[in-house]
Design a binder for this molecule. Sequence first.
Ligand SMILES: [Fe+2]
Ligand SMILES: [Fe+2]
Length: 301
Amino acid sequence: MTTADRQGRLLAISDLHIGYAENRALVEQMRPETDDDWLLVAGDVAETVADIRWALETLASRFRKVIWAPGNHELWTHPKDTVTLRGVARYEHLVEVCRELGVTTPEDPYPVWECPGGPVAVAPLFLLYDYSFLPAGCATKEEGLTYAHGTGVVCTDEHFLHPDPYPSREDWCRARVAETERRLAEIPAELPTVLVNHYPLDRHPTEVLWYPEFAMWCGTRLTADWHRTYRVAAMVYGHLHIPRTTWLDGVRFEEVSVGYPREWRKRSEPPGKLRRILPMEVGSGDRGAAPGVGRGRGGTR
Ligand SMILES: [Fe+2]
Ligand SMILES: [Fe+2]
């Protein structure tokens, strides 16, 4: 069968947060459109390994391939989880769980999408953040955190996302960025890419956050040119809980989050709808529009 014969779709979702029963019910309803569909899961599945396993196993049983990138919630060492691993050890444990389930992780070879819209290398990334998306007027992480504590908008990662054995989350981030650059450089030059990361690779999506100081926990400036460097057909991310499409330098950025019930209940779109990444839907997005188009309330996760 050739690429043109297949009808598969490359679909995406993130921020399932299935600790909420209503969100678990959404996952139970998620189905592919064709037998060849792949599903990108861009992080924040749940906080416990048991819940993460349930969701990924459920989806892997339905889709031809499931590709996962971790969110900050998966990396928390949460008091309600019986798995008490921290930092790198927790991440590596989650990678092992995915391998048991046949789910592709950032540690695996990047699969190539050969259906309509392809061929495209699909790269799940794990990059974290380094506090370089600072609030206006702040020059350092310390100043940024002081400001955030003053407004009361402080990410729960500060309590539960441990960087062990790295001394800090920003050190872990820098190591991940360096290793990922090496991996991405190995993708054959003729292949475009779809990059899947919990955080946007560029800061522009955070400009509509209701609490702009939350941007500190939303990515790193180290990846600001990646959408131009790696022949990116689409950059898929979540975390902001502001689902929308933006364009930057001709590259499509897709925020694909479900978010919390209190967030999705306010939206007109039905919750849990999978976003089609490839083949691109005619008329999708705001091609050529300024990145700030589609301004919405800021999510804070
Ligand atoms: Fe989230
Ligand atoms: Fe998140």
